[in-house]
Ligand binder design. Structure first.
Ligand code: ADP
Ligand code: MG
Length: 626
């Protein structure tokens, strides 16, 4: 830092501790992409211009009310300087001290912590953070800021960083509104005085800044400036959209979906919306909250508008810009505006359409979307009555026939035989348990597919969704599989057991289980399993039972009916066992608990181990049969 005579008399103000730490890291780091400091200074100038435009909506009593809003950048290789000037809102002496003397933004702490914990990765950390104004110290020998605020009564002031420890503020001569930043470049940073290099950097990092950026004596802006979302989709390439997404979010991954709208009726609107790969923003993201950026006629009205999307689409990020919103709409009155309601309707419909199209045309990409965002879609169905119909086609489920592939309700009905007028599903906690559920056996035997719903949120969806395309959704645990007319084979009485043995074995099971079940009866719907539990007539619907359970409401699991497969060898052996058998009651207990286990409602599986060991011992005791 240059220590010239006049500075001796200046009042010296120490930087805050955090600021000093960051300065120290930035000044001494060797960061190969330090050009990003230009992006940071341009972004500050752009913010200052946007704030000025907003002020001008309601207040013309300002310095230079008619000044062109713009950013002027010039390099001087001989003087080894770089200058960035804007006609933004400006700062008075106090604001210079407050804003530039401390690093206010929330990233500062995180930056220092990240830098301290991984000193070797400082380059990465600088790259990921927007360290703001201070990033200029990566290339600066010294920095001088002269500013004139928009308030007519304020006077101009100069801020100078004297060294790593202190800065000073002086009165200055500047009559026009805005801020000028003069940087004396380090010996190894002379590239930033070259116009060609500056042009390249501006195009790379700041192309979509919504204000003109002029370079040197050039009269044409070097950035595209006209907001990308205001262009015709046909004029843009995929990479333009991705570039904008990267600049907007600093997320270096690709978005899962982009939607560019240019709509005239019922309301004029441009929108450029993205579904990010994850709803969690990194701490480095410049987007700090949910909501889309809302402009009215290019003027920023809200950084995070939450009124343009229903809550279940809160993961969508991007920009909405309407010519129909009144410019003087106050930030607070935005949500009650009629145009806002129209914008919301159009955006919501278009987004849901775009997701549906993605599901049909790019199922693999949609599967990625579904993995991350299914809970939002299900939340929408469960909580928003208007969302049920539009969101239902977005649902995906595993199914018994093909558990590895996600199926939509539309695909399920299209694949079902034409006489099948229902959609069958099975609820459970675990998709592997569901896939081996005895309730599926009858359906498998008939070739009927069943949707497997292992996500707790599915129960909430089912409270709202009872039919699709005229076909009722039916719980496969509560009904028999639809039988093709020809198939009667299984319903014949089993000839190996006498009528008496049949009723005796059912009676014996009833006795052992007592009031733990409401009834024990024979079924011909089971093939491989000896028994299953089904709801008694009039029991509370299983999806409602599950919802109660998930909401932690005290509720005794309702008693069920045990259905027994009299064709099963185990049941036949049980029926033929001598009445004095001590093993038979153990077998019945175990049968019952096996069925509970498959329902996902066995409270304590550990307890069955002792019984299983007894049964094993009994099996070894009589190797030659009874
Ligand atoms: P951030 O932009 O995240 O707030 P910065 O370190 O980039 O953090 O800038 C700090 C603050 O300094 C800004 O919030 C703003 O108040 C002020 N500032 C910086 N540059 C300008 C400028 N060109 N015009 C007006 N104010 C500015
Ligand atoms: Mg900034």
């Amino acid at each position: 830092m240059s220590e010239k005579d006049p500075t001796e008399s200046w009042e010296k103000v120490p930087f805050k501790t955090e600021t000093r730490q960051i300065l120290n890291i930035l000044i001494h780091s060797l960061y190969s992409e330090r050009e990003v400091f230009i992006r940071e200074l341009i972004s500050n100038a752009s913010d200052a211009l946007t704030r000025m435009q907003f002020e001008l909506l309601t207040n013309r009593h300002v310095v230079d009310a008619d000044a062109e809003p713009g950013i002027w950048i010039s390099g001087d290789p001989e003087a080894k300087t770089l200058t960035i000037r804007d006609t933004g809102i400006g700062m008075d002496a106090q604001e210079l001290a407050d804003n530039l003397g401390t690093i206010a933004h929330s990233g500062a702490r995180a930056f220092i912590e990240a830098a301290a914990s991984q000193p070797s990765a400082i380059s990465d950390i600088i790259g990921q953070f927007g360290v703001g104004f201070y990033s200029a110290f990566m290339a600066a020998e010294s920095i001088e800021v002269v500013s004139r605020s928009y308030r007519p009564d304020d006077s101009a002031a100069r801020w100078i960083a004297l060294d790593e420890e202190t800065f000073s503020i002086q009165p200055a001569e500047k009559t026009d509104r805005g801020t000028t930043i003069l940087i004396h470049l380090k010996e190894d940073a002379q590239e930033f005085a070259q116009e060609d290099r500056l042009r390249e950097i501006i195009r790379k990092h700041s192309d979509f800044i919504p204000h003109p950026i002029y370079l040197g004596s050039g009269l044409e802006p070097v950035n595209q400036q006209s907001a990308v979302w205001r262009k015709q989709p046909s004029a843009l390439k995929d990479e333009d959209y991705t570039n904008f997404y990267h600049q907007f979010t600093l997320d270096h991954q690709e978005p899962l979906l982009k939607l560019h709208l240019s709509v005239d009726a019922p309301v004029q609107m441009y929108a450029l919306l993205y579904v990010p790969p994850s709803p969690e923003r990194s701490i480095f993201s410049p987007r700090k909250d949910e909501g889309v950026k809302l402009y009215a006629r290019k003027v920023l009205i809200q950084e995070y508008s939450k009124d343009l999307l229903p809550p279940y689409l809160r993961f969508v990020d991007g920009v909405v810009d309407s010519e129909d919103l009144p410019l003087n709409v106050a930030r607070e009155s935005v949500q009650s505006n009629r145009v806002m309601a129209q914008l919301k309707r159009v955006i919501t419909n278009k987004l849901v359409d775009a997701l549906n199209t993605l599901g049909k045309e790019q199922p693999e990409k949609y599967a990625q979307f579904w993995k991350v965002y299914s809970r939002y879609i299900k939340e929408g169905i469960a909580t928003d009555p208007e969302a049920l119909v539009p969101l239902t086609p977005l649902l995906r489920f595993q199914s018994a026939k093909n558990p590895d592939v996600l199926t939509s309700l539309e695909e399920y009905t299209a694949a079902s035989p034409s006489h099948q007028d229902k959609i069958y599903y099975l609820l459970g906690d675990d998709d592997r348990l569901l896939a081996s559920s005895p309730h599926l056996e009858g359906f498998k035997a008939q070739g009927t597919d069943v949707l497997l719903m292992a996500d707790p949120l599915d129960s909430f969806v089912l409270l709202k969704l009872d039919q699709f395309d005229g076909k009722e959704l039916v719980n496969a645990a509560q009904v028999d599989a639809p039988a093709p007319a020809s198939d009667e084979s299984n319903s014949e009485p089993d000839s190996t057991l006498s009528d008496e043995q049949r009723s005796q074995v059912l009676e014996q099971i009833r006795e052992v289980l007592g009031d733990r079940v409401t009834d024990v009866r024979a079924t011909d719907r089971l093939v491989e399993s000896p028994a299953r539990l089904v709801d008694a007539d009039g029991a509370m619907k299983p999806e409602i039972q599950r919802v109660y359970r998930l909401l932690n409401q005290e509720m005794d699991a309702p008693k069920k009916v045990l259905e027994v497969n009299l064709h099963h060898p185990l049941i036949q052996r049980l029926a033929q066992a001598p009445s004095a058998s001590t093993v038979a009651p153990l077998v019945i207990e175990q049968l019952y608990e096996n069925a509970l286990l498959l329902e996902g409602s066995l409270p304590d599986p550990g307890k069955m181990i002792a019984r299983i060991q007894n049964l094993m011992a009994a099996a070894l005791e009589k190797p030659h049969g009874e």
